[in-house]
Design a protein around this ligand. Structure first.
Ligand code: ZN
Length: 329
């Protein structure tokens, strides 16, 4: 250890002596000592600067070693392995992590438990020996977290409610201060005319993209929003691309340059980088937004999603579902 005041040195020496008795010698203090001892010699003469330099070097080394050890260890565990994969997917998204801590405590707890899959799903209750079978109380299939949040065939109205809450929030953001001549149609009763969200003068179809935006020069943007379980994001995107390929070509051949933007928001609120970029592209189709406004918008989408998933999760204890008003944040 570098020189510190007498009390600190004494404490550290005692700690090291004590830990040298341990059979598993893997404490951070010991590691720090070993790292310090093996650091290459430095030319720095000033004792204060030298100490600072050594502390910085060893801190970096210790952090890297422990982070790797921790990640490797967790990867080996079934449940936490999932956590690490999801966490790594948003590694670059510092915002999401900080947003998490701004949520009401109950919602934050829910999201953290949802990420490491430690919510009281029937599968977990069986694992914890608190229930004899893992069947879904609503449909009788095996109840995992993915089943509750995304896959229960008897809960489609709940998922539609979450989907529409997010869709309306996106529209609300786009429509605020947008140019007068831009039109937005939504696949929500009352938000489009006729049988399709695509107006008949653009194309005659019975397909209903979630959102259709027509700008002042007739360019068309079709938007499809999906709220899949995070591990199914790629499949959701592919499915939507295939479904709208024909319609896209038809509208384009009718003289309206058309683009399809698929947006996938993880049901646990994660918006990966690729989807954040697509959302930004979508907002730019309608109006100018600053990076700051966009960040706030993205955080609001995460909030709407996690609050909706929280409500859906705890509604699993109810057979009856009456859709609450769409979530407004
Ligand atoms: Zn079910």
């Amino acid at each position: 250890m570098t020189k510190a005041d007498a009390t600190v040195t004494h404490c550290l020496t005692s700690k090291l002596n004590r830990e040298s008795q341990w059979t598993r010698k893997n404490s951070i203090t010991r590691h720090a000592q070993e790292t310090m001892d093996t650091l290459p010699a430095t030319q720095i003469q000033d004792p204060h600067k030298k100490a600072k330099h050594l502390v910085k070097k060893s801190t970096t080394s210790i952090r890297d070693t422990f982070q790797k050890k921790w990640t490797d260890h967790l990867k080996g565990l079934a449940v936490q392995g999932q956590f690490v994969r999801v966490w790594q997917a948003v590694e670059a998204d510092i915002q999401w992590k900080s947003l998490l801590f701004q949520l009401p405590p109950r919602i934050m707890q829910f999201v953290l438990n949802a990420i490491i899959d430690t919510l009281p799903t029937n599968s977990n209750l069986v694992r914890w020996k608190k229930r004899s079978n893992a069947k879904c109380d609503i449909c009788n299939n095996k109840e995992t977290l993915m089943h509750v949040l995304n896959n229960c065939a008897s809960c489609l109205d709940r998922y539609t409610w979450r989907h529409n809450s997010i869709l309306c929030h996106i529209k609300k953001f786009l429509a605020k201060d947008m140019p007068d001549n831009v039109k937005i149609y939504l696949d929500i009763p009352g938000q489009y005319k006729g049988i399709s969200t695509v107006p008949v003068d653009i194309a005659v179809t019975n397909q209903k993209p979630d959102m259709v935006i027509i700008d002042n020069v007739g360019n068309v943007t079709l938007v499809e929003l999906t709220v899949p379980f995070e591990s199914n994001i790629i499949q959701a995107e592919e499915r939507k691309k295939q479904r709208y390929e024909g319609l896209l070509n038809e509208i384009t051949s009718n003289g309206h340059p058309t683009e399809l933007i698929t947006i996938e928001i993880g049901s646990r609120g994660l918006i990966c980088k690729a989807n954040a970029d697509k959302l930004f592209k979508l907002t730019k189709k309608v109006k100018k937004v600053s990076r700051k406004q966009f960040r706030a918008f993205k955080n609001e989408i995460t909030k709407v999603t996690v609050v909706a998933s929280y409500i859906i999760f705890y509604a699993k204890f109810e057979n009856q579902w009456v859709s609450p008003p769409l979530i407004n944040v």
